[in-house]
Design a protein around this ligand. Structure first.
Ligand code: ADP
Ligand code: MG
Length: 250
């Protein structure tokens, strides 16, 4: 079986500092794979290598068996890799239905940058509406995005990632900073992502990970430290020690 994602010897140095060291990670198609680790472990750096935001120092990245190490960010998106997007200035002043419709039109290659034309395309609007409802944004579709509660803005970021129709979705701490009373909406929407989309979830919160993942890899100081099922990782005293050590430092 060809993995949805496979890295070999993936490394990234910033000057003399090794943020990622020799990471060999394999994510099975359809997996709910979580990458966890203490703050500063190198999780976001790893996502930046996967998506092409940063060039690798060494190693390779294969997406569904194809080497994409030298492929541009856009090229990786075209090949089915997507991440959640921070809501930019343009999208903040639009409503979720407008922002998502523009993202869908862009995927389709209409390259639309303004609402006037997209707003008349009923197929685009229907797709955007369905996605927003699936993300629990059905009741907030026509409010300006920057007036929405923070949790809803994070849900829109998730919807914007899904607008790329990804085969592999990379999530970097989707619930980070979301207030407690909105957290469940974000967790539920992540849990309800379609089965045929492979998900790699980067997360610091172990509780979230244990309820979501079928496979967990642990990154510590830039290197893979442990990998296993939820039960294996939850019961691994070495993993506990890493997190306890972090609490002691906090
Ligand atoms: P995590 O997401 O696991 O918290 P990061 O990948 O953000 O960790 O950071 C890992 C380490 O790499 C940190 O020590 C951070 O300071 C360092 N780092 C990240 N990005 C850069 C950069 N662009 N230049 C220099 N150091 C960086
Ligand atoms: Mg991070």
């Amino acid at each position: 079986m060809i993995p949805a994602l496979q890295t070999r010897g993936l490394s990234k140095s910033f000057g003399g500092f090794k943020a990622n060291t020799d990471i060999g990670l394999s994510v099975a198609p359809g997996a709910r794979h979580a990458l966890i680790g203490p703050n500063g472990a190198g999780k976001t750096t790893f996502i930046n290598l996967l998506t092409g935001v940063l060039p690798v120092t060494s190693g390779t990245i294969a997406l569904h068996g194809e080497d994409v190490t030298g492929v541009s960010q856009q090229g990786r998106v075209r090949r089915g890799m997507a991440r959640t997007y921070q809501i930019n200035q343009l999208f903040a002043t639009l409503t979720p239905i407008e922002a998502l419709s523009l993202a869908i039109a862009e995927r389709q290659g209409s390259g639309a940058r303004w609402w006037g034309r997209v707003g008349t395309d009923s197929a685009v609007i229907d797709e955007a509406e369905a996605l927003l409802k699936a993300m629990k944004l059905g009741g907030s579709m026509t409010r300006r995005t920057d007036t929405l509660p923070y949790g809803k803005q994070r849900l829109l970021e998730l919807a914007l990632g899904m607008a790329c129709k990804p085969r592999l979705l990379l999530l970097d701490e989707p619930a980070a900073g979301v207030p407690e009373d909105e957290r469940h909406d974000v967790l539920d929407s992540v849990a309800a992502l379609p089965d045929d989309v492979t998900v790699l979830l980067i997360e610091h919160d172990m509780e979230l990970v244990f309820s979501f993942a079928d496979r967990i890899s642990v990154l510590v100081q830039g290197a893979l430290f442990a990998e296993g099922s939820v039960d294996e990782i939850a019961g691994d005293p070495r993993v506990k020690a890493v997190y306890l050590g972090e609490d002691a430092l906090a």
